[in-house]
Design a protein around this ligand. Structure first.
Ligand SMILES: NC(=O)c1ccc[n+]([C@@H]2O[C@H](COP(=O)([O-])OP(=O)(O)OC[C@H]3O[C@@H](n4cnc5c(N)ncnc54)[C@H](O)[C@@H]3O)[C@@H](O)[C@H]2O)c1
Length: 267
């Protein structure tokens, strides 16, 4: 449990906020009275979200930002400070997928996924944490996945690895930043209806599709509200399906049996 952050009046900065979970979280923040700085690779999506939040009366600016370039994250930070004078929350939300058989997936698939999903958070840490630490308050949300808690996605190993890394990094960061007054939330959604399929690069045929645990699917709006609730409660872990907690318990109590059951579920 970290220091709760009141979103009413807070200045929030989001990456990958042109679509899906990022967009819905930006809207949830605005609805709770936060100022919002929307960024995304797609300028068109940024414009749409800025117009939507603006039409609801929210304080908002937006700019195109590619999270694979540190200078663009610096531009994002500087734009937020110039317009709103401070930053209270940073949401590192971008994620892409490479799909392919584990035995053939090329380095390029690994490099791109790790660069976009994981190194983007390392870059964001360098760009945004000094300000949050200096002011002794604020919050960071890192979007991981249920795939960062449970390792079932053998057809998307770089994604699974990047999301597990984000969970571990976020937990370590929570212990570092907590005493400095900065909270951390790790968002671990199960299935969410978004445009994520657009961000998939496929490498050949996998042959076998993993059987994912039967976790409920939710809307991006549900996730946005859960993320906002977690910030305001100072909560670390957000899952979107309660079944994830059951799976985590089963896995922790007997990992051999848990993996065996996953193998048998493949049929
Ligand atoms: N949808 C799901 O089922 C699900 C489940 C678990 C976790 N997640 C995670 O949630 C996050 C958001 O995904 P989503 O489902 O909302 O997907 P989405 O595709 O709807 O939104 C992702 C946005 O990120 C942007 N983006 C892609 N590359 C970028 C880059 N280099 N720089 C800046 N922006 C970039 C895209 O333009 C897009 O607007 C991801 O980290 C994803 O892994 C999604």
């Amino acid at each position: 449990m970290s220091k709760p952050l009141d979103l009413n009046g807070a200045v929030t900065v989001l990456t990958g906020a042109g679509s899906g979970i990022g967009r819905a979280t930006a809207l949830a923040f605005a609805q709770r009275g936060a100022s919002v700085v929307v960024s995304d690779l797609s300028e068109q999506r940024v414009t749409e979200v800025v117009e939507r939040i603006g039409s609801l009366g929210g304080r908002v600016i937006g700019l195109p930002v590619d999270v694979t370039t540190e200078a663009e994250l610096e531009k994002l930070r500087d734009a937020a400070l110039e317009r709103f004078g401070r930053i209270d929350l940073v949401m590192n939300n971008v994620g892409v997928l490479a799909i392919g058989a584990p035995e053939t997936l090329p380095d390029e698939a690994w490099t791109r996924t790790i660069d976009v999903n994981l190194f983007s958070v390392a870059r964001s840490n360098r760009v945004f944490l000094p300000g949050l630490i200096a002011q002794g308050s604020g919050h960071v949300i890192n979007t991981a996945s249920a795939s960062g808690l449970l390792g079932y996605g053998f057809d998307r190993l770089p994604y699974v690895a990047s999301k597990h890394a984000i969970v571990g990094m976020s937990e370590a960061l929570a212990t570092y930043l907590g005493p400095k007054g900065v909270g951390v939330t790790c968002l671990c959604p199960s299935g969410v209806i978004t445009n994520i399929l657009e961000g998939i690069t496929a490498y050949g045929e996998v042959g076998v599709t993993p059987v994912a645990p039967a976790h409920q699917i939710v809307t991006a709006e549900d996730v946005g509200n859960l993320a906002a609730d977690a910030v305001e409660a100072g909560r670390f872990l957000v899952v979107t399906a309660p079944e994830v907690n059951d799976s985590l318990l089963e896995r922790a109590s007997d990992i051999e049996a848990y993996i065996q059951a996953s193998i048998e579920a493949q049929g």
